[in-house]
Write a protein that binds this ligand. Structure first.
Ligand code: ASP
Length: 437
């Protein structure tokens, strides 16, 4: 007995010790190779008991969407102190949201130009029904429908935008209550904050657990895709990768270059300092994990600590331009591959809104953008349900998520630094002459 136990633990520990990024890539390769072999043998479907492992994975992803939005958004919104919501806060939030919206638009443009898609077999009934539903959506209705009439109903029906709206309102009220002069209000609101903080932490733990399971789920889902469609889908993933990275590059040059020029900050001096956080983010795939180097870069650029100590952690949570570009390209890929059509104008508008708002509620940790993508698809009435073509297409994206995540995290962090410098410059909090034109 005593001899057997460490051995079992050893295998599990060895598995857990391997970087999730490599495991998912290995899962992708194993699934793809197995699928191609099956396709060559004329086997187009997996036995139900194997298919179940993929189904479990998609169900796990769906399971966490709503609690993760509620937990992280309430905590995010209530962490902003009312004193900072004024002069600096509002400007920082506006520039963060505006650049994220530009990111989604660039992503959608890339999607339209590259038209990344895989010719996947069989559009499921569910997806076809959903396509009918989205076509009838009217823009004004989309806007006023953000305000829920019943919060419980929004939670039960998983209406993403309504849940985001209510969580933000709830969190903002909580942030004011936490600094109330009335001790009773301060105490109960701090308790409430702790409950949501705990919920958000639990969700992050669950996400970490799901990511450990992801290689198995991805392998099975990818195997199904390749068995059904053969090797021809690999080119589509390459197109998605090229479209995303080109989008990242355009965003750096056009949006960040443009902002720095408008605010008269020297590009060379800025990018010299931004290089370290850029590389750190690329390697760690976490905006939060990169914060110490982003702080150092802001300090070296001469930004006042009062501004960057508030704006950079906020940016690591709410400003995700790279993630926004990725959402645009991937949403295009998912719809085109499963519905046999591009995105409608209504859907694109909805994706800009959803991806921008969803970035507020997503922590800067590896792989968070992929969960957001599931949220965005739910928001355009194309939920990633087990057993659908959409789940297979989503698994394809997830298989290359690590590569896409490196680029988008590097961009997310550069965006936080760019916006911070611009706002600091505007409000007179940027001192170093070396970066000022
Ligand atoms: N990894 C990204 C970040 O930390 C989030 C994402 O997955 O898009 O900013």
């Amino acid at each position: 007995m005593a001899n057997n136990e460490p051995k079992k633990g050893g295998i599990l520990r060895a598995y857990l010790n391997v970087n999730v990024l490599y495991k998912i890539l290995i899962g992708l390769v194993i699934g793809a190779v197995a699928g191609i072999i099956l396709a060559a043998k004329g086997v187009t479907a997996l036995p139900a008991w194997i298919s179940m492992f993929g189904t479990i994975f998609t169900r796990l992803l769906k399971m966490i969407i709503i609690p993760i939005i509620v937990g992280s958004l309430v905590v995010g919104a209530s962490s902003v102190s009312p004193a900072n919501v004024g002069r600096v806060g509002i400007r920082v939030v506006i520039i963060y949201l505006a650049t994220s919206a530009c990111g989604v638009i660039i992503g959608l443009v890339m999607g339209n130009i590259f038209q990344p898609h895989a010719e996947l077999a069989a559009v499921t009934q569910l997806a076809a029904d959903a396509a009918g539903k989205t076509a009838s959506t009217n823009v004004w209705e989309v806007i006023y429908s953000i305000v829920p009439t019943s919060v419980l109903q929004s939670l039960v029906n998983e209406t993403v935008l309504q849940v985001i709206f209510f969580s933000l309102v709830f969190g903002l009220c909580l942030s004011f209550m936490k600094v109330s002069e009335d001790e009773r209000i301060r105490t109960i609101s701090t308790t409430m904050y702790n409950v949501f903080d705990c919920l958000a932490e639990i969700m992050m733990k669950i996400v970490a657990g799901i990511m450990q399971y992801a290689p198995i789920g991805v392998a099975v889902l990818i195997c199904e895709v390749f068995a059904k469609n053969g090797a021809k889908v690999a080119g589509a993933l390459l197109t998605v990768t090229i479209a995303c990275f080109l989008g990242y590059l355009i965003h750096i040059v056009a949006v960040y270059g443009g902002l720095l020029a408008i605010f008269r900050i020297k590009l060379g001096a800025f990018f010299k300092e931004a290089r370290t956080p850029f590389i750190t983010a690329f390697v760690t795939r976490s905006s939060n994990g990169t914060l110490p180097t982003t702080f150092a870069a802001a300090e070296n650029l001469g930004v006042d600590k009062e501004v960057y100590a508030f704006s950079l952690p906020l940016g690591a949570t709410i400003n995700m331009d790279g993630t926004a570009i990725y959402q645009g390209v991937c949403a295009f890929f998912l719809v085109m591959s499963t519905q046999g059509r591009g995105l409608t104008m209504g859907e694109m508008g909805m994706i800009v809104l959803l991806a921008t708002l969803a970035s507020i509620g997503t922590a800067g940790v590896p792989g968070a953008g992929a969960i957001m993508l599931a949220m965005v698809m739910q928001g355009i009435d194309l939920p990633i349900e087990a057993g659908t073509t959409l789940a297979g297409a989503y698994a394809m994206i997830l298989g290359i998520d690590a590569i896409l995540d490196m680029g988008r995290t590097a961009l997310n962090v550069t965006g936080d630094l760019t916006c911070t410098c611009c706002i600091a410059k505007k409000l007179g909090f940027l001192k170093a002459d070396s970066v000022l034109k």
